[in-house]
Design a protein around this ligand. Sequence first.
Ligand code: ATP
Ligand code: MG
Length: 354
Amino acid sequence: QPRVFSGVQPTGNLHLGNYLGAIANFVPLQDEMPAIYCVVDLHAITAKHDADGLAGVTREVTAAYLAAGIDPAKAIIFNQSQVKEHAELAWIFNCVARMGWLNRMTQFKEKAGKNRENASVGLFAYPTLMAADILAYRATHVPVGDDQKQHLELTRDVAQKFNNDFAERIVELGLGVDNPNPNPELPDQLYFPLTEPIIAGPATRIMSLRDGTKKMSKSDPSDLSRINLKDTAEDIAKKIRKAKTDPEPLPSEMEGLKDRPEAENLVGIFAALSGLSREQVLADFAGQPFSVFKPALADLAVEKLAPITGEMNRLVADPGHIDAVLRDGAERAAAIAEPVLKDVRRICGFLECR
Ligand code: ATP
Ligand code: MG
């Protein structure tokens, strides 16, 4: 049956891209199907992490979920490390996924950079843990930003290979469900669903304010590259004022943004925050210089983000409440994932002696 799963890493500096590309899209889905929103702290240790700060950042991401409107009475909110089935299933998937599949992952190439020999094995295996996060709940839908598309394709490949490799045992043990989209390459009975990405909403890929060819990221060393959910009105105004642009005024048509990635990004952010189409934004600002457009964008960003920032700050001041939400969520998540792992152990054929 349908179920949505998604996650955000507690790596600090939650930004506008995380909000518009992911968290804001989580909210309406909680009314459409059972939903699980995870703070993926096991992913946050794949690169050098600050152990002293991890708990605080985990609470901050939780606060952002709540401030954005995710309701813990509807959706499950928890942190990944508290449900051990994620790590267990990730190991099994490490034995299903192929080196060649992981070698093609662009996120690993970007994050490891030139120093690949020194990247952690965990950073390389990040996508199999992500597949485990999703499939431990047999989730069917995953809302994410555009950058995660490739990892979701890998999740489908892992599910498909597991379903194929163990097709007979899945049927023998009576654990399969009818494949909703029968396909000659797949058995009629599947254990894991072939998860669909939901890459939707007004801004699936917000770019860095300093470089229109790079996505806005928590891990970008330049704080000027992103608008953080915790930024003050002054920070936001300053970052937009300093955002890289070109000297041309805004065009009247989308055509005129071709080969102007920074200008296109700012217009896209304005459109996403205002709910207008990019065409409408250009119609309103055609011929105007950035000295006019940028202050308007800064005012709009402050207007939209200030309520969320205020609510996040209020929530973070009461860690007891956040921890109670996470504790309850972890129990509800474990109640779903434990029986899945029990099935998976039987499918894999492990001797059960306790
Ligand atoms: P990091 O640099 O640590 O990887 P990140 O900014 O990429 O941080 P993640 O926690 O990896 O954030 O991703 C959380 C969600 O936010 C994912 O669904 C991801 O696709 C989405 N996302 C991240 N950056 C952007 C962006 N610039 N535009 C739209 N969505 C984004
Ligand atoms: Mg990321």
